[in-house]
Design a protein around this ligand. Structure first.
Ligand code: AMP
Ligand code: GLY
Length: 428
């Protein structure tokens, strides 16, 4: 079969790498892809928000299956458009994507379904928002309602800071129309985990446990990023917790959508805050996480095409996933300046020394090939991903590989996976 993967980050490189291993796949296209993906798939110069262009391409090339990486395509209704034309596509429909597109929608649904989440209030009037903050006090979290590339969340320690955040989002429109409405919520303490599951709208099939590292610097310092590294399994997500997360969070959420007439098909990703026996949802995403997808694809042994087919056809109840028992760690290498304005066009050296690497894969994110040289092209540039018999072994191996790569201004965290070291009770 012919597959089209949409997106061009580390997540999509990991998906293409995994899909290529399926005996059913004959050819993969990727729009727009990156330099690393270009070695496995034919690149198509179409952006993920060019729904009309992508639809035309898939129709002309008779694509058998389209796999969507980023939320932007989903938020624009790519699944509805493709499905209406009789094209097979993996991901939730536009209405279902509201779970990520509107934090207010997600919060409302969680409230209705009794899904545990931070206490919150929603405002379109900045004065009412400010009054609320004055009344409830700090610390408090101010969020732009809409999509803001992971940046629309401000954690405020003082009332003054929170008032300023409301002004910047609602008057200053620093996140554009995403800030027409704000969600103000209780500050949650604990350890974060990313819980991903396939769902066909009835069955929830969890992926292996994983944890992301959001902040730019070691020890969770500095601003939030799209993710600086991830590992799997994540011992904080114990087997007992998995069962509770499925029953108390994932199933009630897809049932809440069903009550609205929406059948959710695709990946449902819950960002969780875990503290002892308490698990609360921070946010939902309607797609694979990036970088979480990278260690997950390296560990997944099942045929991804089979699982995607079962999801689309509503047969997930008959599927189980098999995982490599080893641990996997992904370290993201970023460009100077990220997550702010970052440098590009820096030549990357050392990639050749890892071509025959047995213990891992170097997934590309923001890279391009110019005149035979691979250069940086995005904020997150590479996701170096290794496996090991346990988390410590995977960490040692991944950092040995990272040490071989360099470009001017390259940055990475040195503490990826450390939280898991020495913790027993290892789940899937
Ligand atoms: P979000 O885009 O909602 O996932 O938020 C981005 C990051 O902000 C999360 O991964 C958390 O690290 C942090 N965050 C968001 N909401 C809260 C909250 N209510 N309490 C504590 N931290 C939060
Ligand atoms: N790594 C966080 C995300 O994909 O949203």
């Amino acid at each position: 079969m012919k597959i089209l993967v949409i997106g061009g980050g580390g997540r999509e490189h990991a998906l293409v790498w995994k899909l290529r291993q399926s005996p059913r796949v004959r050819k993969i296209y990727c729009a727009p892809g990156n330099a690393g993906i270009g070695e496995l798939a034919e690149l198509v110069a179409l952006a993920p928000d060019d729904i009309v262009g992508l639809l035309r391409f898939a129709t002309t090339e008779r694509i058998d299956l389209t796999v969507v990486g980023p939320e932007v395509s989903l938020s624009l209704g790519i699944v509805d458009r493709f499905t209406a034309q009789g094209l097979r596509i993996f991901g939730p429909a536009q209405q279902a994507a509201q779970l990520e597109v509107s934090k207010a929608f997600a919060k409302q649904l969680m409230q209705e379904q009794g899904v545990p989440t931070a206490a919150f209030a929603t405002f379109t009037d900045p004065i009412a928002a400010r009054d609320y903050v004055t009344q409830v006090g700090t610390p408090i979290v101010v969020k732009a309602d809409g999509l803001a590339a992971g940046k629309g969340v401000l954690i405020c320690q003082t009332v003054q800071e929170a008032h300023r955040a409301i002004s910047e989002i609602m008057h200053g429109r620093v996140f554009g129309t995403a800030g027409d409405r704000v969600v103000i919520e209780e500050f949650l303490e604990g350890e974060e985990a990313s819980f991903l599951a396939f769902t066909d709208g009835t069955t929830v099939l969890p992926l292996a446990s994983t944890q992301d590292h959001k902040r730019i610097f070691d020890n969770d310092q500095g601003p939030n990023t799209g993710g600086m590294g991830a590992y799997s399994p994540a011992p904080v997500v114990t087997p007992a917790l998995v069962e509770r997360i499925v029953n108390e969070i994932m199933l009630p959420t897809i049932q809440g959508l069903k009550r609205r007439g929406i059948t959710y098909k695709g990946i449902l990703y819950a960002g969780l805050m875990i503290r002892g026996a308490s698990v609360k949802v921070i946010e939902f995403n309607v797609r694979f996480g990036d970088p979480e997808c990278q260690p997950l694809m390296v560990r997944l042994q099942s045929d991804l095409v089979e699982v995607i087919d079962a999801t689309i056809d509503g047969r997930l109840a008959d599927v189980s996933l098999t995982w490599n028992p080893d641990s996997a760690v992904c370290v993201v290498l970023t460009a100077r300046g990220y997550p702010g304005h970052y440098e590009t066009e820096q030549p990357i050296s050392g990639l050749d020394t890892l071509r025959q690497w047995q213990e891992g894969v170097v997934f590309h994110a923001g890279t391009a090939k110019t005149g035979g040289q691979i250069v940086t092209k995005g904020g997150r540039v590479l996701g170096v991903t290794a496996t090991g018999k346990d988390i410590s072994a995977a960490i040692a191996t991944v950092y040995q590989a990272v040490a071989k790569i360099s470009w001017p201004g390259m940055h990475y965290r040195r503490d990826i996976g450390q939280r898991a070291v020495g913790r027993s009770d290892t789940p899937l």
